[in-house]
Design a protein around this ligand. Structure first.
Ligand SMILES: CC(=O)N[C@H]1[C@@H](OP(=O)(O)OP(=O)(O)OC[C@H]2O[C@@H](n3ccc(=O)[nH]c3=O)[C@H](O)[C@@H]2O)O[C@H](CO)[C@@H](O)[C@@H]1O
Ligand SMILES: C=C(OP(=O)(O)O)C(=O)O
Length: 436
């Protein structure tokens, strides 16, 4: 079993560079399936397990995919298959994002139902509602969702009940090749939506309004491969910003785009952290004492749910009582119990968490429950007494490239180790028998 071991007590210092955004590259790669002519070249792609998974999904659908030197080249000009199997969707829910492209290109898509997830039930009803409004028939059965349209999708007026990031992306992709105009209201405004719209427009699509609450898409007959650089990862940037503030450090986070991080910057400044725009990034200087603040996660430009657990780590060091309210996912507090194992004074009350700080944090063996929780537990280890051992690193590898290496380069006392797993001899022979 792999573990990250952190010994607390070091102030972080230096420069760290952020990668391309995971949550931008996944929909962009799904969108490459829309090009029936020419290759797409996607640059600044992070070497994350989620990227390898989406590449496998694309290959399985008969696209040609090469990934080298942070660049993915996709040729989707051959006839595409229509099925994304459960083995991929189970590993990564964003696999459902191929549905809009497949439906638009093939008139048919069959994608395994994603099922539950550690942060909530995460239904995709809003994606399906959009496809249906564009004329698709949607059927759910045997663990799959099947969507089919007779001929071409038709432009439609769609109102999302919630500004879902995935539904906005999936419907936007489907609408690019639909006949006529699609207007989607109450859409997500995240920077990753804007990045996807920019890529689609480079492919020949006509998408307007990205970054506002309404998208207007005039359908076109054909889309072409295009060249695109992925935007920097605002969540990875935010994670290193918190790391610096937490350890009373002084770190330049290169590639952090302040406009993408305004809610986080505002909250960190309220806590007493100094944040200075410098070059193409931000410098974060952590104070000796942090002030308690209240936080409520919201769709962009509100405070991002993907920074909730890292911010919780920071608030453990703040003086006074803080409250974090999670409004985006109904169950994104699994990390709270792990923080308690590290002696955090923290409790859950409904959809909120109350923290009484500063906690006298102590290292412990803790389990990552999702990718951001993994990062948050490692950050907490940086300011805990003794050793913190963080397990279930498969979550971390979905969203962070060489996280421990980057922290070590800033002066953290951290290593990633592989420890032999204890297997009882009786069980071992049983496994051998089974494999015989
Ligand atoms: C790959 C990717 O980009 N993932 C991000 C994306 O996930 P994702 O696209 O899954 O998130 P959504 O914005 O769709 O989900 C937000 C909320 O809406 C609900 N919902 C969503 C769709 C739907 O059809 N019905 C429905 O009820 C979800 O259960 C959740 O409670 O946005 C989230 C919210 O910023 C981020 O935390 C994820 O990191
Ligand atoms: C929840 C996240 O991602 P996903 O939607 O891919 O699970 C995340 O990036 O924090």
């Amino acid at each position: 079993m792999e573990k990250i071991i952190v010994r607390g007590g070091q102030r972080l210092n230096g420069t760290v560079k952020v990668e391309g955004a995971k949550n931008a590259v996944l929909p962009v790669l799904a969108a490459t399936l829309l090009a029936s002519d020419g290759k797409s070249v996607i640059r600044d792609v992070p070497t994350l397990s989620d990227v390898y998974t989406i590449n496998e999904v694309l290959r399985n659908l008969n696209a040609e995919v090469a990934f080298d030197n942070n660049t993915v080249v996709v040729d989707a000009s051959r006839v595409l298959k229509e099925e994304a199997p459960f083995e991929y969707v189970r590993k990564m829910r964003a696999s459902v994002l191929v549905m809009g492209s497949l439906l638009a290109r093939n008139g048919r898509a069959r994608v395994a139902l994603p099922g539950g997830c550690a942060i909530g039930s995460r239904p995709i009803d809003q994606h399906l509602k959009g496809f249906e409004a564009m004329g698709a028939k949607v059927k759910v059965g045997n663990g799959f969702i099947e969507a089919e349209v007779d001929g071409r999708l038709k432009g439609a007026k769609i109102y999302l009940d919630f500004p879902s990031v995935g539904a906005t992306e999936n419907i936007m992709m489907a609408a690019t090749l639909a006949k006529g105009t699609t207007v989607i209201e109450n859409v997500a405004k995240e920077p990753e939506i804007v990045d996807l719209a920019n890529f689609l427009n480079k492919m020949g699509a006509n998408v307007r309004g990205a970054g506002t609450g309404t998208l207007r898409i005039e359908g076109v007959d054909v889309l072409f491969g295009a060249d695109h650089n992925i935007i920097p990862d605002r969540i990875e940037a935010g994670t290193f910003m918190v790391a610096s503030a937490l350890t009373c450090g002084n770190v330049l986070v290169q590639g952090a785009v302040p406009e993408h991080l305004s809610s986080l910057i505002a909250k960190m400044e309220e806590m007493g952290v100094t944040i200075i725009e410098e070059g193409d990034g931000v410098r974060v200087i952590g104070p000796e004492k942090l002030k308690a603040v209240d936080i409520k996660t919201m769709p962009h430009p509100g405070f991002p749910t993907d920074m909730q657990s890292q911010m919780m780590a920071l608030l453990l060091r703040a003086e006074g009582t803080s409250m974090i309210t999670e409004t985006v996912f109904e169950n994104r507090f699994m990390h709270v119990e792990e923080f308690r194992r590290m002696n955090a004074d923290i409790k859950i009350e409904g959809r909120s968490v109350i923290l009484n700080g500063p906690s006298n944090l102590q290292g412990a063996e803790v389990t990552s429950t999702d990718l951001r929780a993994a990062a948050a537990l490692i950050l907490t280890g940086l300011v805990s007494e003794g050793n913190t051992r963080v397990t279930e690193l498969k979550h971390l590898d979905r969203g962070y490239v060489n996280f421990h290496g980057k922290l070590a380069s800033l002066g953290a006392d951290i290593e990633r180790v592989k420890e032999a797993e204890e297997v009882f001899p009786e069980v071992k022979s049983y496994i051998t028998d089974l494999n015989a």
